[in-house]
Design a protein around this ligand. Structure first.
Ligand SMILES: [Zn+2]
Length: 123
């Protein structure tokens, strides 16, 4: 079922998604660099703190925090890219679950939303 959204609305939402896509890609790149640096410092340091120390604990924590941030960004980027694909194939703005229209007000806040509010609540 196709959804008819005003061309201007679609254009605005596409612009939102594209800037989000760019922002996330840059973020992921930075995370990857930081993670790579963390890995390098860890393996190259022969005076590595012993695993039980507070220093090692906080390094591990930092590393894991970065990892989970990166995972979130990757997830979000996937959603943004899906939404852009849906704009291209004309299924954008249609709830993935019930096939009903997603209100423009929701898309303005969450341009990558793939479900209507009702279905999102049930999920
Ligand atoms: Zn729905």
């Amino acid at each position: 079922m196709a959804r008819t959204l005003a061309k201007s609305t679609l254009k605005r939402l596409r612009a939102l998604l594209e800037s989000e896509q760019e922002r996330l890609s840059r973020m992921i790149e930075e995370y990857e660099q930081e993670l790579e640096e963390a890995r390098l410092t860890e393996t190259s340091s022969d005076r590595s703190p012993d695993p039980g120390s507070a220093e090692a604990g906080s390094l591990k924590f930092e590393y894991e925090k970065e990892l989970s941030l990166e995972r979130n960004a990757v997830d979000l980027l996937r959603k943004v890219e899906d939404a852009l694909r849906r704009i291209d194939n004309g299924t954008y703005g249609v709830c993935e679950v019930c096939g009903g229209p997603i209100p423009v007000a929701r898309l303005e806040v969450l341009p990558y939303a793939a479900t209507c509010v009702n279905c999102a609540r049930k999920a």
